[in-house]
Design a protein around this ligand. Sequence first.
Ligand code: GDP
Length: 424
Amino acid sequence: MVKAVVGANWGDEGKGKITDMLAQEADIIVRFQGGANAGHTIVNDYGKFALHTLPSGCFYNHTTSIIGNGVALNIPILFQEIKDIVDCGVPMPKILVSDRAQMVMPYHVLFDRYEEERLGGKSFGSTKSGIAPFYSDKYAKIGFQVSELFDEELLREKVVRICETKNVLLEHLYHKPLLDPQKLLETLHQYREMVEPYVCDVFSYLWNAIRDGKNILLEGQLGTLKDPDHGIYPMVTSSSTLAAYGAIGAGIPPYEIQKVITVCKAYSSAVGAGAFVSEIFGGEADELRKRGGDGGEYGATTGRPRRMGWFDCVASRYGCRLQGATDVAFTVLDVLGYLDEIPVCVGYEIDGEVTAEFPVTSKLEKAKPVYEVLPGWKEDIRGIRNYKDLPENCRKYVEFVESQIGFPITMVSNGPGRKDIIYR
Ligand code: GDP
């Protein structure tokens, strides 16, 4: 059985926690897109971890963690991450890296930084991890596949060819130091040495695993609204954040994905630039940011404060529909326990008309939130394990959201730990 864990919103919904939890019953966990630009925060018996590249199931002895072909693989970051968890007492995870995964090169990180600098006030708010230059090169067919590390002749020729084109931009557009092909080749040799023991024909591995009835989890990064096609383009990420892409980024037939667990946070947060209709500001936002997540809503990769907002039914319904949610995991509900009243965005007013459908970006920029205000429950709900034990207003909040988004909320998360979950 293959399940995908994906985000309905702008990312940071708590996918890491849900994956870590579901991984107890999984054999294999696969990252299928994105890179070290976003992080998953996980709290378990070993401590608190921010993972960027490793799948969130890497804390168990019984699981195999796979870096799929769709990932932007930054080899030094992957190995630093493995070292960090092993240093904290986590057993060395069993890791496989797809021979078809492509690598984030040092110059991708530089180009990301230079371009953000060049754009100045008009920048995308990139995490400068090289992800956009990486995927641009992948689709321009000038990326480096892991498999190519093992073909020395190809590598030598390609390094020279790539440096030629990159250096034109470095010299004339960015006015920065040029790349040295020999140095780049040495870096790639180091990468080869590091990754060699883990390289695998992941497609065949997963094909056989599915045939053998293994439980496989596909772990998404970010959420629907950051999808390059269906999100708030151009303020999106560079690889698809949809469960459907799980089939491509892992290398499995699409019909094998039988469950799409779509993670939806009980309020909104976003990082980077772009329209955010239910955004709140000032003291109201500061309070929610401070109380949010586990220790505040600050980026797991960058540490920057996240933008905050009320739950957005329009965006989340759209988010769940595109994911093809079979189950919704509604997370971080415990954080809202301090509020007397909780506004929920139920529509967008655009040019005097109210809509419940998520619009294209040019219209989204003009949208004003239409709120319905629900009563708060003013209680700490952490530690509750049965849905019926939640305060009445809390259940009403869950059921209101469920009726608005139109997908079953089968899990309610009321704390960061593995056990903080209520099944419905
Ligand atoms: P991801 O990228 O979707 O995995 O999300 P993040 O890791 O950025 O954000 C989720 C944050 O919320 C992390 O700090 C988690 O430990 C925390 N978290 C997850 N679920 C819950 C929950 O139900 N309650 C609380 N209070 N924190 C949670």
